[in-house]
Design a protein around this ligand. Structure first.
Ligand SMILES: Cc1ncc(COP(=O)(O)O)c(C=O)c1O
Length: 314
């Protein structure tokens, strides 16, 4: 597999300063007598929480001398990580190649290409493992490739511990009762979970899972509509997360809550944000009106135009 485009010119790094330090927004649900605290990760410059990972991994690799001017950042991902690496790669002046399945949505492909990154597509029936194997083979053949390896890279969770987690602690004075989030790599739950537990050992860390693929509850992976979470296996980083519990959200309920976030709150976020809020609302309702429950609004809605989220009547 060869890549056609020549190395990019060095970009301006100014956009990196927009990553992180996102607001923690109170969301009032008067009927349930609950106020949730939602970390607005969709406000990161490429539109998702994954900007943090991309910035941290690329700057760390640069500092450790692992990147050269002709390096190519290569990751297998069909979602937000690809868009984030494409954005951070272009502003830091590195080429980026994203391996993704042919079935990945057109809007995601277009966003990645818009940042100047290249797409290497593999057949949709070949599965994620094929993409990972392909990236390892490409890196083995050509030393220009640098692999961030988001699923196993400990920097992923460590960065959330030192940035996302600390930002939540600074924004919310007093004890936190629970933190609720879904998992893709498990980096958010592991890192934020560690930071919150260190300050408030009684805080509960709860993994949101699609009810149709509740792997932590011992169920088999199955189709669900909550894009960005639970990719069919329990990721290695999640094993280091200080989890207290799991909470299942049905895909249909995730869609309904996401639309409520659009229409009642004016927050144009993706389906996993609705799933997280749905789970957090149920947990806060059980804990009582004064409970402080924190969750994550992971990404923006624009990358889901072609999904059920924007289909009328579903
Ligand atoms: C769309 C999306 N991106 C990213 C994440 C974060 O996943 P992780 O830090 O586990 O990779 C989530 C998790 O809820 C998500 O829904």
């Amino acid at each position: 597999m060869t890549l056609s485009r020549s190395a990019t010119a060095r970009g301006s790094r100014a956009a990196l300063s927009l990553i992180g330090n996102t607001p923690l927004l109170p969301l009032h649900f008067p009927a349930e007598r609950v106020t949730l605290f939602a970390k607005c990760e969709f406000l990161n410059p490429s539109g998702s929480i994954k900007d943090r990972l991309a910035k941290c991994v690329i700057l760390d690799a640069e500092e450790r001398g692992l990147l050269r001017p002709d390096s190519i950042i290569l990751e297998c991902t069909s979602g937000n990580t690809g868009i984030a690496l494409a954005m951070v790669g272009t502003v830091t002046g590195y080429r980026v190649a994203i391996l993704m399945s042919e079935s990945a949505s057109l809007e995601r492909r277009r966003l990645i290409e818009q940042f100047g990154a290249e797409l290497v597509l593999f057949k949709s029936n070949e599965g994620y493992e094929t993409g990972i194997k392909l990236s390892e083979e490409m890196a083995g053949r050509d030393s220009r490739y640098f692999l961030p390896r988001q699923f196993e890279n400990p920097l992923n969770a460590a960065d959330h511990e030192h940035t996302t987690g600390q930002e939540i602690l600074e924004a919310l004075p007093g004890p936190i009762d629970a933190f609720v989030a879904g998992y893709g790599t498990g980096g958010t739950l592991a890192g934020v979970g560690r930071a919150l537990k260190q300050r408030y050992p009684k805080a509960k860390v709860v993994a949101m899972e699609p009810a149709e693929a509740a792997l932590l509850c011992g169920e088999m992976p199955c189709c669900h509509w909550i894009e960005g979470v639970t990719g069919g296996f329990i990721p290695p980083l999640l094993r280091s997360a200080p989890l207290d519990d799991e909470y299942k959200v049905r895909s249909a309920d995730a869609l309904a809550m996401t639309r409520r976030l659009h229409r009642d709150f004016g927050l144009l976020v993706g389906t996993s944000s609705g799933a997280n809020v749905s789970a957090a609302l149920a947990i806060a309702s059980k804990l009582g009106p004064d409970a402080k429950v924190v969750t994550i609004l992971c990404d923006r809605a624009e990358r889901y135009f072609s999904t059920r989220l924007f289909a009328l009547g579903t």
